[in-house]
Design a binder for this molecule. Structure first.
Ligand SMILES: [Fe+2]
Ligand SMILES: [Fe+2]
Length: 220
């Protein structure tokens, strides 16, 4: 994480991160896309993802609580993390890469952080809420993911608000919601970028959800 911290510090000021592409991206979205976003009841993607960051932080606290609800809280947290990152990797970071002046570097750093977090989540998933070392692994994942979320908000989301028009951010919100409706619900090591998320979602999404339903019926 020290490399990441260092690289994050080296980022230019926020005002410099909105690049030439901004002018193009910030143009008003076509009327049809605005109508579609409205019909989907789409929220601004950044507002939606920041709200989910708060839910994730709360989810980590709930998943640490002892008692009969721990398993349910753990699986809810895993699901939220999986669909949240899937939508960011498939839609949000690609938009940042194109719309921000230093978008390539910003998106690459986020992807690097997400890959590291995914490794921790896979290990946490394998341990499970009743396994040895659960709380230690949960806490480690919480620290890494909370730091990652803070960097997203500071380095990426703030710049997106400046660079991308409000209708486009609402369209992006609709894309995030749609993706989250069928994305995989647990961490998968090789599903970690735009292409693999888009390819894997139609296969792994239903498979994970079928396994979730079996687990739910089994009462775990
Ligand atoms: Fe992320
Ligand atoms: Fe995020």
């Amino acid at each position: 994480m020290s490399t990441l911290t260092k690289s994050a510090v080296q980022l230019p000021p926020m005002s410099l991160r909105v690049g030439k592409a901004t002018a193009k991206t910030a143009k008003a979205a076509p009327a049809w896309s605005l109508r579609l976003a409205r019909s989907l009841g789409a929220e601004n993607a950044v507002d939606l993802l920041v709200h989910q960051h708060r839910q994730i932080k709360l989810g980590f606290l709930k998943a640490a609580l002892p008692g009969p609800w721990r398993s349910r809280n753990f699986h809810r947290l895993m699901r939220l993390l999986a669909v949240h990152e899937a939508a960011e990797e498939a839609h949000v970071h690609p938009v940042a890469r194109r719309a921000l002046r230093h978008g390539r570097e910003v998106a690459a750093r986020r992807r690097h952080e997400e890959k590291a977090a995914k490794e921790l989540l896979i290990s946490l998933w394998r341990t499970g809420p009743d396994g040895p070392g659960y709380l230690r692994r949960l806490n480690e994942a919480r620290r890494v993911i909370t730091r990652h979320a803070a960097r997203e908000e500071r380095e990426e989301f703030m710049a997106l608000r400046q660079a991308v028009s409000a209708p486009r951010l609402r369209m992006l919100g609709a894309e995030v919601r749609l993706t989250q409706a069928y994305a995989p619900t647990r961490p998968h090591r090789w599903v970690n970028n735009e292409a693999t998320n888009k390819l894997a979602a139609p296969v792994l999404g239903p498979l994970d959800r079928a396994l979730d339903a079996v687990r739910h019926r089994g009462g775990t």
